[in-house]
Ligand binder design. Structure first.
Ligand code: TNX
Length: 535
């Protein structure tokens, strides 16, 4: 029945594109012919760029008869990825796309031993079928993201579209350059609901980002329920920048975010920022303050004015309780303890504090991540430092981080004048900040994580992360406008081999994402640096 619905629009569309081709021929003699709608996207038009692409052979076409196949022995996770793929394809194609263990051809997802690594995959496309092979479900999931991009952008729409649904022939072999490909969302300066976080997770998954760092506490709001210190959330979470109502995640909310992220192969990295950026906690409990007096809640955007009381024993009871409860909510490996901009903590106190707090993270079975100021103390064994300096950061500060890296501290790179998604694109960008500079799309893409920090061994670099601070952001469309189109570039820096890197080819692949974002309802900045398709 649904097939009938699509018949009329398809005819109209074919006629329409014939007319367009005729018109293009008439008006642009000598120019390359516009690609016909029926022509599949080239196999390499994918962001992030796959490690290797071998185009060849005739395309595959999804039809009303197509099935999504898994092996009889497939476990729950493989079936879940297959169901996720079918869930994307059904609304726009209008086809049934049943999941099956029978027959041949169709779209096949299979696990096999091979040198794919934990997240890699192979995608083969030929007239008799598309097969995605991986050694783990995460690899199948990433392969599904690639398959989406090889189909027309209209596949992302929620209503039946005309097609045809062809995938270019050939083979992609793909795996990530770095294990850590992150995004951070600041839910403290403005609170974002579980639904808004899920929406962002879906957008991260499109580009194979696998870590979501949630900045759960700051001066303006404490966003996670802690049973042993209930006023943190109930009072400390009751406002936000500008004085709005704020909010917090209950433990059930947070578990739901973790669960949803896992279905997108995204690991949650929760951050409690300490010892600075703690006004919301200090306002909630007078006894956490050195003078025993709680400050008022804060709704401005200054930084560096608050500090936990480093010499009070209760501080460490507090931190132990918070870390214990947060670790219990976290199946992921990491717990981020902040450590940035502790301008109201003396250096000696900062070192004392970090020396006492890092073992608490280990006590509850997690690995420390801290902003790179942590390298001014003694990073715990196995800790990661998140570098957020600029090109122009002083040599001494860079060397402190590089020395820690030579000493075994892993690095996550978030250079603020490259990948801080809250930086304005141009002086006219209506949202965002500009303290690290204006960051257009090319600038955020055009650097190499492997060689970025002088003196840091390439092997210390675990990956990249794009933070999004929310002083000026209140809606999902605000998040999207700042993240798109820069976020896919950061994802490519994290995933793709350095050899694929190049702005001129990238900007063409990036441009092809625009119609996908239109189809998905994702707001984005139409940067003049990107050759967006017209019409
Ligand atoms: C610096 S980056 C901060 C945040 C702000 C951000 C705004 C970092 C570790 N600290 O507190 O929100 O700049 O861009």
């Amino acid at each position: 029945m649904r097939r009938h619905h699509s018949t009329t629009p398809r005819l109209t569309r074919v006629l329409g594109s014939l007319l367009l081709v005729a018109a293009a021929g008439a008006f642009s003699v000598g120019a390359a012919p516009a690609p016909r709608a029926a022509e599949p996207a080239p196999l390499d038009r994918v962001v992030p760029a796959p490690a290797s692409v071998e185009p060849g052979g005739a395309p595959y076409r999804i039809t009303a008869a197509t099935r999504v196949r898994v092996d009889g022995a497939a476990g729950f996770s493989v079936r879940r990825v297959a169901a996720y793929l079918a869930g994307i394809l059904r609304p726009s194609t209008g086809y049934r796309l049943p999941l099956t263990e029978q027959g041949e051809g169709g779209i096949r997802l299979r696990l096999a031993k091979g040198s794919f690594g934990p997240e890699g995959y192979r995608l083969n496309s030929a007239p008799d079928g598309v097969t995605i092979t991986a050694s783990a479900p995460a690899g199948l999931f990433h392969g599904v993201q690639t398959l989406r991009q090889l189909l027309p952008a209209a596949v992302e729409r929620g209503t039946v579209q005309p097609g045809p649904w062809t995938v270019a022939g050939g083979t992609i072999e793909d795996h990530p350059r770095y294990a850590y490909r992150g995004a951070m969302l600041d839910v403290s300066r403005h609170f974002f609901t579980v639904g808004q976080v899920k929406r962002y997770i879906d957008q991260l998954a499109l580009y194979k980002i696998n870590e979501l760092h949630l900045h759960l506490s700051d001066d303006q709001g404490w966003r996670i329920a802690v049973d042993s210190w209930p006023r943190l959330a109930s009072y400390g979470g009751s406002t936000e920048v500008g004085g709005g109502a704020g909010g917090h995640y209950t433990k059930a909310d947070y578990r739901e975010i973790v669960r949803y992220a896992a279905t997108r192969y995204v690991e949650l990295v929760p951050e409690i920022d300490m010892p600075g950026h703690t006004n919301a906690a200090l306002a909630s409990y007078a006894r956490l303050n050195c003078d025993g007096t709680a400050p008022p809640l804060y709704t401005g955007t200054q930084v560096g004015f608050s500090s936990l009381c480093v010499n009070k024993p209760v501080t460490y009871d507090f931190v132990d309780d918070v870390i214990r409860e947060l670790a219990a909510l976290t199946p992921g490996r990491y717990l981020h303890i902040g450590g940035d901009e502790a301008h109201s903590t003396s250096h000696a106190d900062y070192v004392t504090f970090m020396d006492r707090v890092q073992p608490l993270v280990a006590k509850y079975g997690k690995t420390v991540i801290g902003w790179h100021q942590l390298t001014g103390a003694t990073p715990a064994k196995g800790a990661l430092a998140q570098y957020w300096g600029l090109d122009g950061t002083g040599a001494a500060e860079k060397e402190q981080v590089a020395a820690a890296a030579r000493n075994g501290t892993g690095l996550v790179l978030s250079p603020a004048d490259r990948v801080y998604l809250d930086m304005k694109y141009t002086k006219d960008t209506p949202l965002g900040l500009s303290w690290a500079g204006l960051v257009e799309v090319k600038r955020s893409y055009d650097w190499d994580p492997g060689t970025y920090l002088p003196g840091a061994p390439a092997s210390a670099v675990r990956g990249v992360e794009a933070p999004l601070w929310s002083e000026t952001l209140t809606r999902s469309s605000d998040i999207e406008y700042m993240a798109f189109p820069r976020l896919p570039g950061v994802a490519e820096l994290g995933w793709s081999p350095a050899a694929t890197h190049g702005w001129d080819a990238y900007k063409v692949r990036l441009a092809a994402q625009g119609p996908r974002w239109d189809a998905l309802g994702i707001t984005y900045y139409r940067s003049p640096q990107v050759p967006w398709p017209t019409g």
